[in-house]
Design a binder for this molecule. Structure first.
Ligand code: BGP
Length: 462
């Protein structure tokens, strides 16, 4: 049995766009728009219209989450729901009331809200008018939205986050075509990377102006995908070093230290793709660092030296510096196609301890997506998801080792509480402790929910 610290936060994570459904929503975000115009681009043609019906069901769903041992819940406020006029920041009364009631209901159920402000959901209007994160002005509008959230809900929400997995926005929308606007433009991806870091800093600046106490914290949620080299050959090591710089350290250093790693700046400058930045902006990033880091971890990267010489390629893409490597024998979650490698959580804890001043962090997402869970329903209609329990346990063992060696890890939030809509997979892969029958919207605790409750009540991992 392993014991976690008494004040360790046990929770779950979800997002507005993946749970609420589009009910009573004033504006569309880019996913809503993309679905409206090209539904076949989505798995089984299923979009975010209903999601897990959280907008209508939260008063029933939150007590179920409580039963599943969820004492902290991260979700997000949708910019496209809260704000009526993006330029002035005027709120939509129905949107403002929804989030206010939701937060109250969380607190009534003893669930502490952790609130995120961007979970991939750029308002379509801003994408169309400005190109979304391509234009730094959108960062100013985002800061205005963030400030409105702080003003409306800061009395009840103590933990705030500017972005969830901003790197995925860059990858999806500007490199590999899985988020709208589906561009493939390496240099633009580099600029958007910078613009998002700047937008986060601008939101943090608003936060600092509003909250001067120790109780409120602001952070960012990063998907850390440690890159492991195929071999110790110099070319493979160099590929892994680049992948770590581009995917991990660029984001970590900007958030925690307010600077960008010199090595990546040099590589991007040598490649002729370094972003456009002013000294004033860099000063703002420098002074607007975070208090708490959220780490999403699902899978590592395995990389090798690129097959083609970077210099022989016409168009710049970050992957001119590395190729992915399908390591033989790695353990896979076959349904999702992601490698299962729990030790990376320990490696992340060591990286944060040794290279980032043992900065405070928590696991803000980790989980196992499994398809056709009806296969595992027992006679009583309960999903016997032992695979999920084993997955969580294996990751927590490595996390516990990290903590016992001094890692400053404050909590573990599972993805997710209730099965919800996934960007690319709709409902194919289920992650929840609670099953959602999407035809009836009936929600039922899975076996893992009872196991998780015991864990969160006792802090003891069996
Ligand atoms: C993370 C996202 C979540 C969630 C999760 C599972 O990257 O922050 O929003 O979707 O991945 O991935 P998927 O839904 O693609 O299976």
């Amino acid at each position: 049995m392993l014991k976690f610290p008494d004040d360790f936060a046990w929770g779950a994570a979800c997002s507005g766009p993946q749970t609420e459904g589009r009910f009573n929503k004033r504006h569309r975000n880019v996913f809503d728009y993309w679905y409206d115009t090209d539904p076949q681009a989505f798995y089984n043609g299923v979009g975010p219209d209903t999601a897990s019906n959280f907008y209508n069901d939260y008063q029933k769903d939150l007590p179920l989450m409580k039963e599943a041992g969820i004492k902290h819940l991260r979700t997000s406020i949708q910019w496209s729901r809260l704000i009526a006029d993006f330029e002035t920041g005027e709120v939509d009364p129905a949107g403002a009331k929804f989030y206010s009631d939701l937060i109250d209901c969380m607190l009534e159920n003893g669930i502490e809200p952790y609130m995120n402000l961007c979970h991939f959901d750029m308002p379509y209007e801003l994408q169309k008018k400005y190109g979304g994160w391509e234009d730094k002005h959108v960062g100013d509008l985002f800061a205005k939205f963030a400030d409105k959230c702080f003003e409306l809900y800061g009395d009840r929400v103590k933990h705030w986050f500017t972005f969830n997995e901003p790197k995925v926005i860059v990858d999806g929308a500007y490199l590999y075509k899985f988020h709208y606007p589906l561009k493939v433009d390496g240099p633009l991806a580099v600029q958007v990377t910078y613009n998002i870091n700047l937008a986060s800093a601008k939101a943090i600046q608003k936060f600092r102006a509003r909250f001067k106490d120790d109780e409120h914290t602001v952070g960012i949620i990063l998907n850390l995908t440690p890159a492991y080299p195929r071999s110790n050959e110099p070319a493979d090591l160099e590929a892994a070093e680049f992948a770590n710089l581009w995917c991990v350290d660029l984001w970590l250093e900007a958030a925690i230290k307010g600077t960008f790693p010199e090595k990546i700046i040099k590589i991007l400058a040598d490649d002729g793709v370094l972003w456009d930045a002013t000294q004033e902006e860099l000063d703002l990033i420098k002074e607007s660092t975070i208090d708490l880091l959220g780490v999403n971890y699902y899978q590592p990267m395995r990389v090798q030296a690129p097959a083609i010489s970077p210099k022989s390629l016409q168009d710049w893409m970050p992957d001119i510096h590395f190729d992915n490597y399908e390591m033989p024998g790695r353990v896979m979650n076959v349904d999702k196609g992601w490698e299962i490698y729990p030790k990376a959580l320990y490696d992340i804890s060591v990286n944060l301890r040794e290279n980032y001043g043992n900065f405070p962090w928590f696991v803000s997402e980790n989980g196992m997506g499994v398809s056709r869970e009806e296969r595992f329903l027992d006679d009583k209609g309960e999903v016997q998801d032992d695979y999920r329990i084993n997955f969580i346990r294996d990751h927590l063992k490595w996390l516990h080792k990290g903590i016992s060696e001094g890692a400053n890890c404050k909590g573990y939030f599972l993805w997710t509480a209730i099965d919800n809509w996934s960007w690319m997979n709709a409902y194919r892969n289920r992650y929840g402790l609670i099953r959602d029958d999407i035809h009836t919207q009936k929600k039922t605790l899975k076996k893992s929910a009872y196991w998780y409750r015991k864990l969160s009540d006792t802090g003891e991992l069996d």
